[in-house]
Every structure is written in structure tokens, then in C-alpha cells.
Design a protein around this ligand. Structure first.
Ligand code: ZN
Length: 200
């Protein structure tokens, strides 16, 4: 499939180059300038969408993640709800996630790849119905992407390790810290409780 697409793009580029610099030369030499210009337009208008599609494909290719799995593997490893959220950018119903009100101390890992994403130190009660964090464990743990679905412009938060959809980022977080609110689905997370330190 990919090879075919790259083949089409290579052919499109070759045709475009030929149209611009190659085949037209003979027509120009023959004095058929008007015919050559018309042919050039047709080829350009036909190939531009193909080339643009090629650009969007490059954008997707840039999103290659360290952890890549087949759809069948994700299906077998994740629960249906985890799959819907992580792999289909779904959103769990508010106030239904297991970590929404949790105050336990520990680390929140990606349910898809186990990467450490958030810590309880950054968790706060937002009242929005989903677990909320004012920062990530480390800045390179997530990727932010513009999301124009559902008629809104939002910032999507993805796991930088596996590309799993985690939730969205808003700028209505606690003003006394970062001012950010990472609104994350519980289904995208696995909590690892910090071991209790015995002071006796
Ligand atoms: Zn992940």
C-alpha cells in the first residue's frame, strides 16, 4: 500500500518535471505554444492534489513513534475502553474514570506503552470530570497537536512514545502554578502507587 503510494508520488513528480521541462520543449520548438500552455495547466492541476497528498503523508511519517504496534496487537493488549480512547481518540464519559478524584501518591503511566507521563504531584481537582494535571512528568513525554474535531479548536495530548491519545490541554489550570490543565482520560493511564516510606 505504502509502496504503491510512494510509486504514484514518484510517477507524479516525474510527470510534472517532464511537463514543465521535458515534453513541452518539442511543442515549443514546433511553435505550438498555446497547446503547450494548456497541456501544462491540465497536468499541473491534476498533479497538484497528488503532490499535496504526498505532503500530508510526509507529515504522518514524521509521527513515527518509538513504540509501533499493529492494530491487532493493540486490540489484544488493551481493554475495549482503552483502545477506544488511546487508538481512536475517544473520550470517556465525565466522572466515570477511576482516577478522576484519586489523591494517591505515585506515577501515572501510559496504558498503551508504560511510559511515565504524569505524577501525583501535578494532579489537582479541576471539577471537570476527568483527571487533571498542571504539568507533565517531563516535557518530552507528550506531543501536542491541533485538534479541529467536533467543531472546536483544541490541543490534543498524545503519548510521545506510542502516539496514544491521552486527552486535551487547556489554559484554565491553576494560576498559581502553570495555568495549564492537562485533561486526561483515566482509561489512557495506569497508576503506579509510590511505596510508603516507613519512618518508624
Ligand atoms: Zn504510550
Amino acid at each position: 500500500m505504502m509502496e504503491n503510494q510512494y510509486g504514484v508520488r514518484r510517477l507524479a513528480c516525474a510527470l510534472l518535471a517532464e511537463a514543465c521541462f521535458g515534453g513541452l520543449r518539442s511543442k515549443l520548438r514546433n511553435g505550438k505554444r498555446r497547446q503547450a500552455a494548456a497541456l501544462q495547466k491540465v497536468i499541473l492541476y491534476t498533479l497538484t492534489p497528488i503532490l499535496l497528498f504526498g505532503c500530508s503523508e510526509q507529515e504522518v511519517a514524521m509521527n513515527n513513534f518509538p513504540v509501533e504496534k499493529s492494530d491487532a496487537e493493540w486490540h489484544s493488549e488493551l481493554t475495549p475502553e482503552q483502545y477506544r480512547v488511546l487508538r481512536e481518540a475517544g473520550t470517556e464519559r465525565p466522572f466515570t474514570g477511576v482516577y478522576t478524584d484519586s489523591e494517591a501518591l505515585g506515577v501515572y503511566r501510559c496504558a498503551g506503552c508504560d511510559a511515565e507521563l504524569f505524577t501525583s504531584d501535578n494532579k489537582f481537582h479541576s471539577g471537570c470530570g476527568w483527571p487533571a494535571f498542571d504539568d507533565v512528568a517531563k516535557t518530552d513525554r507528550v506531543i501536542l497537536r491541533e485538534d479541529r474535531s467536533l467543531g472546536m479548536v483544541r490541543t490534543e495530548v498524545l503519548c510521545a512514545n506510542c502516539g496514544g491519545h491521552l486527552g486535551h490541554l487547556f489554559n484554565d489550570g491553576p494560576a498559581e502554578t502553570t495555568g495549564l490543565r492537562y485533561c486526561i482520560n483515566s482509561a489512557a493511564l495506569e497508576f503506579e502507587q509510590k511505596e510508603e516510606v516507613n519512618c518508624e
